[in-house]
Structure formats: C-alpha cells, structure tokens
Ligand binder design. Structure first.
Ligand SMILES: [Zn+2]
Length: 65
C-alpha cells in the first residue's frame, strides 16, 4: 500500500497559494507564525503527485478526521 495519494482531494490551482501548498502556511487560515502539523495530502488539478499540506493548532481540531 504505497499510494495514499489516491484519496487526496483534488483542488484547483486557483484555489491554493504556493505557501500553503508547500506547507509554509496553514492550509486552512494561512497563518505562518503558528506551529504547523501535517494534515494530509491534496492533489492540484489532477497532478501526478500530491502535496502534503499543514494546518496550525487552531485549525487542527476542525480538520482532524
Ligand atoms: Zn490555521
């Protein structure tokens, strides 16, 4: 089971910022000064690879599965 990317939601590139996509800012709120933790993968416009996105502690409870 090497591919967890299959389940990554597909997002449009116009919906994301580069900083969020590369885990430099919270995926949910865009904060860059808080502690960030990995929150899962997203795939942009059906790209072959998925990106791991991060969320801050404030947003984490809302996105935890
Ligand atoms: Zn946040």
């Amino acid at each position: 089971m090497s591919s967890t990317y299959k389940d990554a939601p597909d997002v449009g590139v116009e919906e994301v910022s580069i900083a969020r996509l590369h885990g430099l800012a919270c995926w949910e709120c865009g904060a860059v000064t808080r502690d960030l933790a990995p929150s899962g993968d997203v795939r942009v416009n059906g790209a072959a690879r998925a990106f791991t996105v991060f969320v801050c502690a404030e947003c984490r409870p809302r996105v935890t599965s």
